[in-house]
Design a binder for this molecule. Structure first.
Ligand SMILES: *Cc1c(COP(=O)(O)O)cnc(C)c1O
Length: 458
């Protein structure tokens, strides 16, 4: 094979590049992306069959397969009509800079390789730490998601506890972590991987309160095996913020690690309306919040913050002879040393760019707009003869029941709204009961869009 063949795919081809860039420009410019629909696996597999062969294929031909067939079965998380799960709404600046991160193959492992990226990511992390009121010593890293952040944060909690126990001659087995019955599924998954057990606190109405916590702890014969407590600042199902001060007090009293999972709710730290609900978050040893959720950054981006990142470095630094060169002065913490990963996309840069371009006030306004819309929807539900709020919303999630409906009815409703491209909604459950759920996040969502959804329930 000649060299000319080997580098063909790395050579600039302006015509092919323009085809893709035009598509990107079109997608970015859409005022309201279509929700799109569900996919039929057989049909989709036929569409891509034989596409990858030994020889080249025209860029436009392959892009057409994506644009005409695949993309239409990838529901638009960034549609203002998407109220299911936790939707997304990346700013234009963030989306555009995400392309810069890709175009320049920006990685963000270490100071040695990527000082400029680390400085910018740290500046964005400092904004998040300040919003939470974390100390000046705080530092962290952007990881792929809240799940990865929770795992990495709790790994530090576990290893510090093990170390302490080892030096005290105490058992390192059967260690437990206090969690509420509403903690995100990724917490259970992380505890499983870390071989930690959960001490589950039953909550009376979904919120981990001081009383719930005290009652659960009082029932235990010993707490000597407990190493950490996890509180949620914005539960995924209902948007509930735990009593973070109560969790912090318990952690302080018992010498536990205090981890706050604010993957969804953390952006509300910017809110002018609900900030007081988060009192106590500033005392977290580790905290996770997802920019790819309510901080309007593209996937995949979660921030993992530590009050003392040097503790994380001691746990997560990978040792290999070829990595020794990366470890410089102690104050220069390499992002790759603060979580379970090594090579990493500089995924905090789109958030950094957008924060700088748009300013924090725009973020505050956008977060509060979602909270206002939540109040609007709740008020309408309160006045509907056929609907009922399951619980007063705290952030931007509304849980409601439609009298007389079963899971099948909610599913039919969901399918119909998607078919009509009115909205993407998904049912959920509350204390075993099937309920409707709406999540507001996109600043482009209008009251008229919400009206359309609620009117379809009557
Ligand atoms: C979304 C979410 C997670 C998981 O985050 P991913 O980014 O999906 O991995 C964890 N905890 C809470 C509270 C969440 O809302």
């Amino acid at each position: 094979m000649s060299t000319a063949d080997a580098d063909r795919m790395h050579r600039h081809d302006s015509a092919s590049a323009q085809v893709v860039l035009d598509y990107v420009a079109w997608r970015v410019a859409l005022a309201e992306p279509p929700l799109d629909g569900l996919g039929d696996r057989r049909h989709l597999e036929q569409m891509v069959e034989g596409l990858i062969g030994p020889g080249p294929r025209d860029v436009r031909e392959v892009l057409d397969v994506y644009a005409d067939h695949l993309s239409e079965t990838i529901l638009s998380t960034d549609s203002p009509r998407n109220f299911a799960f936790i939707p997304a709404a990346p700013t234009e600046a963030a989306v555009l800079f995400d392309m810069v991160v890709s175009a320049a193959s920006l990685q963000g492992c270490s100071w040695l390789e990527a000082a400029g990226a680390v400085v910018a990511e740290n500046q964005a992390l400092r904004v998040l730490a300040d919003a939470a009121g974390m100390p000046a010593t705080a530092g962290g890293v952007f990881v792929a998601g809240g799940s990865a952040g929770n795992l990495s944060g709790l790994a530090v909690a576990r290893d510090l506890a093990r170390l302490r126990r080892r030096s005290a001659g105490a058992s390192e087995q059967g260690l437990r972590v206090v969690v509420s019955d509403q903690a995100h599924s990724s917490i259970a998954s992380a505890l499983n991987l870390l071989m930690l057990d959960a001490l589950v606190v039953p909550t009376r109405d979904g919120r981990l309160t001081r009383a719930d916590l005290q009652q659960a702890l009082d029932r235990e014969t010993t707490l000597a095996d407990v190493v950490a407590i996890v509180a949620t600042a914005g539960t995924t199902n209902a948007g509930i913020v735990d009593d973070l001060a109560a969790a912090a007090d318990a952690a302080q009293a018992h010498g536990w690690w205090f981890h706050v999972d604010a993957a969804y709710g953390g952006a509300a730290l910017l809110s002018r309306k609900v900030r007081d609900r988060f009192a106590g978050i500033e005392r977290a040893d580790s905290m996770v919040t997802d920019p790819h959720k309510w901080w309007f950054a593209p996937f995949d981006c979660a921030a993992l913050m530590y009050a003392n990142p040097h503790l994380a470095k001691a746990v997560h630094t990978q040792d290999a002879s070829y990595l020794d060169v990366l470890h410089g002065p102690d104050d220069d913490l390499n992002p790759s040393d603060l979580a379970y990963h090594l090579t990493r996309r500089a995924r905090g840069l789109p958030l950094w760019f957008s924060l700088a371009v748009n300013g924090l006030d725009a973020y505050r306004d956008a977060v509060d707009a979602a909270i206002d819309l939540t109040h609007y929807a709740a008020e309408r539900i309160r006045h509907s003869p056929v609907l009922e709020l399951v619980r007063e919303p705290e952030l931007s999630v509304v849980l409601f029941r439609r009298h007389g409906w079963t899971a099948d009815d909610y599913d039919r409703w969901s399918r119909q709204l998607l078919t009509e491209q009115v909205a993407f909604v998904m049912r959920s459950a509350w204390r075993g009961e099937t309920v409707g759920r709406l999540v507001f996040l996109h600043p482009g969502t209008t009251q008229a869009m919400v009206d359309q959804v609620l009117d379809s329930l009557t």
